[in-house]
Design a binder for this molecule. Structure first.
Ligand code: AMP
Length: 542
């Protein structure tokens, strides 16, 4: 049975097919296309290991065959949590080949997030690594099995028992018949994670057709070629390093992806030098770290031709320093897991690249900039960006109520981003109306953390807001009204961690206040909290 999702209206789907945007092919074709003419070319460098396109196809087919033989089939789902290693892509393509749709959880996700994903997709398959303390034994697997009674197979990297060793499942050639096929091109290939602003993070179903289109057009705009060597230093499962144009874009043209475990500058500089990397995608705080670590090491970046920066607001002053400091071109990327991606183009004049976040990648992207009532603002005024198009989702997974707010009557996704359009049609992101903190590209839904704080018996009210930060762009500050004057911020932070919350969501600062300021209708007035209380004020704790 196929996975349900909010489909595009027929007339739009027909247009996208007729115009050649949706090719009616599974995403797994990205490596299957390469397996003949490029079979010997390098697809992935991961530490000392090298994988050709032939290897990538063969190993993913082996895994696919075994999983299919275990009964995994079209319409099933998988919860996958792997670090930046080649196996991430081998697993991804294996699942595509058999029509099993994964959620690729971030490696920083912990119990709380993984359990929430499992509750939503009821996975049949779990793939992780024993290197993650959460999976050092099977206790948490049992919890996940309770959440999802469908869960019938768990495979781990670094597992000694061959029956549940991912290494074994991948590397032992599968001799049986290949009885599997991908899901249909207009069905769900996998789920993206939304940054979100709601208590439970939403999942975004992405189809083969729509994602494949976004990969193809991204690769074209970023002028990828067989010679591209892309450093994957951001979490591999995130939409940006996956498809903007990311690793999938690189595979699409037959280039090579070099895995980095994190954007930490010294190890990345070393990888760039050793493997002649010519392209990298970063978030703004990582760029600052790189610039800081660079003096004296410029020679390591000799091969670098293109630096992409996206995920969060990139300061113009730093943008201007890039070409000279790093000796490469800069491209700004303003995208979202829901779909729309904007790029500055490689032949844009410098001023445009330094001062805007680019323009939609496809001529079929439709955007409007609207006021609070949903009416278009005058040209050049600030408003909220809304969008629909051939690769922008029409709705979150099983979230009809939320979708009613997040999408308008015409199917436009309301991004929550405040933008202004320049005379030449480029976007400048100037702010946000969604209740979210963008901590250097990692998104924190305020409501989620507030609800967790409120489960503590001493917390009467909680509000999470963004505070400006020179290195991360933003950090989080929780304002808390407590019943217990002796309550400490360290106690609250430890409490959140004990619930299994990912570390990046733990408030950077916690401030105890006597009462929450309220709006006229009685809601917590976050604007006043950030304006009046300031952060030098009594945000005494850290
Ligand atoms: P995600 O879905 O995690 O990729 O987050 C998407 C959101 O990140 C967007 O809706 C924006 O709020 C923010 N974002 C992404 N790229 C940029 C950028 N270049 N400048 C400012 N904000 C950005």
């Amino acid at each position: 049975m196929n996975i349900e999702y909010c489909r595009w209206p027929d007339e739009m789907a027909e247009l996208y097919v007729a115009e050649g945007l949706w090719l009616g092919r599974p995403l797994s074709r990205i490596i299957e296309d390469r397996k003949n003419d490029y079979a010997m070319d390098l697809a992935i460098i991961c530490g000392d290991r090298r994988f050709s396109y032939g290897d990538l196809d063969r190993l993913s087919s082996s895994l696919a065959g075994r999983l299919a033989a275990r009964g995994m089939k079209v319409g099933d789902t998988a919860l996958v949590q792997l670090p930046n290693v080649a196996e991430f892509y081998i697993v991804f393509f294996a699942l595509l080949k058999i029509g099993v749709a994964p959620v690729n959880a971030l490696f920083v996700h912990r119990r709380l997030e993984l359990a929430a994903h499992a509750r939503q997709i009821a996975p049949r398959l779990l793939i992780g690594t024993r290197a993650n303390p959460l999976f050092s034994d099977d206790a948490f697997v049992d919890v996940l099995k309770e959440i999802s009674p469908n869960l019938s197979l768990a495979l781990f990297l670094g597992e000694t028992n061959s029956s549940s060793s991912l290494d074994h499942w991948i590397n032992t050639p599968f001799e049986g018949p290949s009885c599997y096929a991908p899901s249909a091109p207009d069905e769900v290939a996998f789920f993206n994670l939304s940054g979100g602003s709601t208590a439970t993070p939403k999942l975004i179903p992405r189809t083969h057709n729509d994602y494949d289109y976004s990969v193809r057009i991204s690769a074209e705009i970023c002028q990828l070629t067989r010679k591209t060597r892309f450093l994957c230093a951001l979490p591999a499962g995130h939409n940006y390093p996956m498809s903007s144009p990311g690793a999938l874009g690189v595979f699409h043209v037959g280039g090579c992806v070099v895995m980095a475990s994190s954007p930490e500058p010294l190890s990345c500089f070393d990888l760039i030098e050793r493997h002649s990397v010519n392209m990298v995608a970063l978030v703004p705080p990582a760029v600052s770290l790189w610039l800081h670590a660079l003096p004296g090491r410029e020679a390591s970046l000799k091969s670098l031709e293109l630096l992409q920066v996206g995920g969060a607001n990139f300061a113009e002053a730093i943008a201007r320093r890039i070409p000279e400091a790093l000796g490469c071109r800069l491209q700004q990327v303003f995208g979202m897991a829901e779909g729309l991606v904007n790029y500055t183009r490689l032949d844009d004049p410098g001023e445009r690249v330094f001062t805007t976040q680019g323009r939609p990648m496809s001529p079929y992207d439709e955007i409007k900039i609207i006021d609070e009532e949903g009416f278009p603002v005058a040209k050049g005024e600030v408003g909220m960006l809304a969008t629909r198009g051939p690769y922008t989702s029409r709705g979150y997974y099983r979230s009809p109520q939320h979708n009613a707010h997040a999408f308008d009557d015409e199917g436009f996704y309301k991004t929550g981003d405040l933008v202004r359009i320049t005379d030449d049609g480029n976007l400048r992101v100037v702010g946000r109306v969604k209740d979210q903190i963008n901590r250097g590209g990692e998104k924190i839904a305020a409501e989620e953390v507030e609800n967790l704080l409120l489960t503590h018996p001493d917390v009467a009210h909680a509000a999470l807001i963004a505070i400006k930060d020179p290195s991360m762009g933003e950090r989080s500050c929780a304002f808390v009204v407590t019943r217990n004057p002796g309550l400490k911020s360290s106690t609250l932070r430890r409490y959140l961690a004990s619930l299994g919350t990912a570390e990046y969501k733990l408030p950077d600062r916690i401030a105890f206040i006597d009462a929450m300021p309220l709006t006229a209708v009685g809601k917590i007035d976050k604007k006043r909290l950030s304006e009046e209380r300031g952060f030098a004020g009594n945000a005494a704790s850290n």
